[in-house]
Write a protein that binds this ligand. Structure first.
Ligand SMILES: *Cc1c(COP(=O)(O)O)cnc(C)c1O
Length: 426
């Protein structure tokens, strides 16, 4: 794509955008009486307009038939998560039975570490990315301690390089180097700070070659980039639904468990009645027998209201034709932002904004992470006051994530104008 630094070009791109109508399916936050430029879908996706009707429908069922809602009505609560799983499985590239919808991300990470972190005296180490999201760090640290190991010894981190990126070669080499002591490789799908999309297939094959389990935290990847968890032979994965999946703050999480573990009775797990073999759950018998598939990891009664919000959002993904067309637009949209930032640097004759997200579109999603050379915080506050909503990571990173479902090329153009203005006012 040959981009142009003009409003006309941005408007033409919007006019030709086959997904442009999806913006109208969301509430756009307001800033001083106008639409804000919301580039924060990496932290909290926008509210689908249909969220309210989906929620209201379940409130009505509760009001009208109460307990019968589990078995009666258009969408009996007992099976609600199954109809959602149908919509979610293609987004992560999984068989339906490999996906379950439950709890929230960090809770699910702990539950799956119970199953997939089985350290022995010889194999007890976990390899992860340096600067992983804090919740992942804390989860791993406390799991390691729980098993009686020392985090300083048991956790191996692949550090970020001087250019702010992770080296794909270093990741694979570090796995190979520790192949006799690794119990687990746990990586983000996309790193939350620099926006780098890791080569997950390569990590899986290196981890398996080393004899370790491999799991992914897909918080920033799900609904953002194409995933093939089943075909890549990932062992397990977890994600949240409130970022690119637009299912509301604290929305319900999801898990993937590879089909090959459905009949593996040696995997330890913490269980609850909702994971019990479904046909016999209400016999309330002694002795836990898991439901086959990822649903066997469920603990508790599904939170129906959260499922309703998730439903509203996943229905939009389905109508948009899934992740593939979104990805196509996303590459153009984020590419346009990158182009305009480079234009600013050129105009200033100096790299005042350094994008630490990989420049290869295959190695990133929507997000660009921009290191500001001068007065970073002041700059961020300036653009926020002008209605450009991104987010801030200490000490000097601004993250901007144009999202293909609801953002436009014109918004990217406007944002770059405000960034330039911010420099001039700084
Ligand atoms: C957003 C995010 C989380 C959030 O975890 P919750 O349990 O949903 O609060 C975890 N890990 C990563 C990598 C994230 O980006």
């Amino acid at each position: 794509m040959v981009y142009q630094n003009t409003l006309e070009f941005a408007e033409l791109m919007d006019a030709n955008d086959p997904l442009k109508h999806f913006r109208q399916r969301f509430y756009i936050p307001q800033h001083q009486g106008r639409d804000a430029v919301y580039f924060c879908g990496n932290s909290l996706g926008l509210q689908p307009i249909s969220a309210q009707t989906h929620l209201q429908a379940q409130l009505d069922v509760w009001r009208q038939i109460a307990i019968e809602g589990f078995f009666e009505g258009e969408q009996p609560w007992l099976n609600y998560h199954k109809s959602l799983r149908k919509k979610l499985a293609p987004i992560v590239g999984a068989l339906e039975e490999e996906v379950s919808i439950m709890n929230s991300l960090t809770v699910n990470l702990h539950l799956l570490l119970v199953s997939f972190y089985q350290p022995t005296k010889k194999r007890y180490k976990i390899l992860m990315e340096g600067n992983a999201f804090p919740s992942d760090q804390y989860a791993i640290e406390t799991q390691v301690k729980f098993h009686g190991f020392d985090p300083a010894d048991a956790i191996i981190e692949v550090p970020v390089e001087a250019d702010g990126r992770y080296s794909a070669e270093a990741i694979l080499a570090t796995i190979a180097q520790h192949q006799d002591e690794l119990a687990l490789v746990l990586f983000g799908g996309i790193n939350y700070i620099n926006g780098q999309f890791f080569d997950l297939a390569a990590i899986v094959s290196a981890a398996h070659q080393a004899g370790a389990y491999v799991g992914f935290d897909l918080a920033h990847a799900v609904g953002n980039v194409p995933l093939q968890l089943h075909n890549w032979e990932v062992d397990f994965a977890v994600w949240c639904s409130y970022k690119y999946l637009n299912s509301g703050p604290g929305g319900i999480g999801g898990i993937f468990v590879n089909q090959r573990y459905f009949y593996d009775t040696t995997l330890p797990r913490f269980s609850g009645w909702w994971g019990y073999e479904e046909g016999k759950r209400f016999l309330m018998a002694q002795g836990f027998v898991p439901e086959q598939g990822a649903d066997g990891w469920q603990l508790s009664t599904s939170p129906v209201m959260l499922l309703a919000l998730h439903d509203a959002a996943l229905t939009i993904f389905e109508e948009a034709g899934g992740v593939a067309p979104l990805r196509e637009k996303s590459a153009l949209l984020t590419g346009y932002l990158e182009f305009l930032i480079n234009q600013i640097n050129q105009a200033k004759g100096e790299e005042l904004f350094r994008v630490i997200t990989p420049s290869n579109p295959e190695a990133r999603g929507c997000q660009l992470s921009i290191v500001c050379k001068q007065n970073a915080r002041r700059l961020f506050d300036y653009i926020t006051a002008k209605g450009i909503i991104g987010d801030w990571r200490e000490p000097n990173v601004i993250r901007l994530s144009p999202v293909p479902l609801y953002n436009t090329f014109k918004e990217v153009f406007i944002a770059s104008g405000v960034l330039l203005e911010a420099l001039d006012n700084n």
